[in-house]
Design a binder for this molecule. Structure first.
Ligand code: ATP
Length: 398
């Protein structure tokens, strides 16, 4: 018998057990739900240290045969079959372990943010206009007009800085109509967004983010360790500060100095391998993105000391981008310039721009991909495995 805590052996002894029990259990399909009453005995043979000698057995629900997906079989099924029959797949203890890790990571983040004076907020997911516009927005019918699913809480979390909240974070779904089909993109993912006011440059953001990440991993390790979850042992042991690697250094490593070309997944892997070899750490920041690479995002702040660079950075884990952030532009006039340069109509952003007109402190923040992080920590090759019911370009069921 298996339940959420593990398996318990039910033992029928010939001669002493009711012969009816042999007949009942002999023909009962695997995965059926049963209720067993009996006498427990300590037993070293049994997974939970007890075996049960039944006095009554009741079949609550019979499982259909054949099972579309084996739960205890050693042979693996392909990902599509697993997701098509996800409820059975989730019964596997190794799969459930991923979601215990995920829950511990979410709880760890909440604790770490609250301790640092961040307020948890929730912003709208139905929007008249997407944060960055473009092709990756899902359009929905909103009564007699179109609306869009939020791809990020970006503009709202900045508005909350304008509202005087100073430090906010949000853990919520983000939607991206990514036409790509990769192992690190979903169409619905969980974004952990934070925004901080009165910052003194990007370092304030990076030191906060790294301390939050390390505390979260520590919390998850303890929580999982206490429950005997095998994923606890794979969690990284790292220390702050994470290395800061300027974008220009990455370009040199990639053999294209000064190319000002954004980093692709393969580039990131090369950089990750180099950092692991030279610095021996899984976490690192890529910093000082050139304006030419990151200023397509109109809300990104330009650096006063060097206008060709932004304060933007990516947080990487073993060659995969986990988070991206930086100081924002907090001056309305410059924001309008950036919007115009990006080909946006400022009239669509009036609610956002108003937040900058009546006193807006310097601020910045980041967006952090929860699913990518959990997948990486659990050593999963595909981000889909870190979600209960993943959504991608082809999958809307179950
Ligand atoms: P990428 O370049 O890898 O597509 P991005 O630059 O579009 O990511 P951001 O918009 O900066 O990503 O979002 C911040 C974080 O959110 C990313 O670092 C990543 O962890 C996560 N993220 C972004 N898009 C997706 C997606 N489609 N599926 C899952 N996670 C995502």
């Amino acid at each position: 018998m298996r339940d959420v805590a593990g398996t318990t052996q039910v033992t029928l002894k010939r001669g002493s057990a009711d012969p009816e029990f042999f007949r009942l259990l002999g023909e009962l399909p695997r995965e059926s739900v049963v209720e067993v009453e009996g006498t427990p005995k300590l037993s070293e043979k049994s997974h939970r240290g007890v075996e049960l000698f039944p006095t009554a057995i009741r079949v609550v629900t019979r499982a259909e045969v054949p099972l579309p997906l084996g739960v205890v079989d050693k042979v693996g099924a392909d990902l599509d079959t697993r997701f098509n029959h996800r409820v059975l797949d989730l019964r596997k203890p190794a799969v459930r372990a991923i979601f215990e890790l995920r829950a511990a990571v979410l709880e760890g983040f909440r604790r770490a943010f609250v301790e640092r004076g961040f307020l948890e907020v929730e912003t709208p997911k139905l929007l008249r206009q997407g944060a960055e516009g473009g092709a990756t927005l899902f359009r929905v019918d909103y009564f007699d007009r179109p609306a869009y699913l939020a791809q990020s809480p970006q503009l709202y979390k900045q508005m909350l800085i304008g509202a005087g909240f100073e430090r906010v974070f949000e853990i919520a779904p983000a939607f991206r109509a990514e036409p790509s089909d990769t192992v690190r993109h979903l169409t619905e993912f969980t974004s952990l967004d934070a925004e901080m006011g009165y910052i003194d440059g990007a370092e304030d953001l990076r030191t906060t983010l790294e301390s939050v990440v390390l505390e979260t991993v520590r919390f998850a390790r303890e929580r999982l360790g206490a429950r005997g979850n095998p994923l606890a042992d794979g969690l990284p042991v790292a220390t702050a500060p994470f290395p800061r690697i300027p974008f220009a250094t990455c370009e040199a490593w990639l053999g294209r100095p000064g190319a000002e070309q954004d980093l692709g997944a393969e580039d990131e892997k090369i950089i990750g391998a180099r950092v692991a070899k030279d610095l021996g750490t899984p976490f690192y920041y890529i910093t000082d993105f050139p304006t030419a690479v990151k200023l397509q995002t109109f809300y990104a702040g330009r650096r006063d000391d060097d206008p060709t660079l932004t304060g933007y950075f990516d947080l990487e884990y073993q060659g995969l981008e986990i988070a991206s952030g930086g100081p924002r532009e907090h001056r309305e006039a410059r924001l309008r310039e950036n919007l115009a340069a990006g080909g946006f109509d400022a009239a669509n952003f009036e609610g956002y721009l108003e937040a900058f007109r009546y006193g807006m402190p310097p601020h910045g923040g980041w967006g952090f991909g929860v699913d990518r992080f959990v997948a990486s920590l659990a050593g999963l090759a595909n981000i889909r495995e870190a979600r209960l019911f993943p959504r991608d370009r082809y999958r809307l069921d179950p």
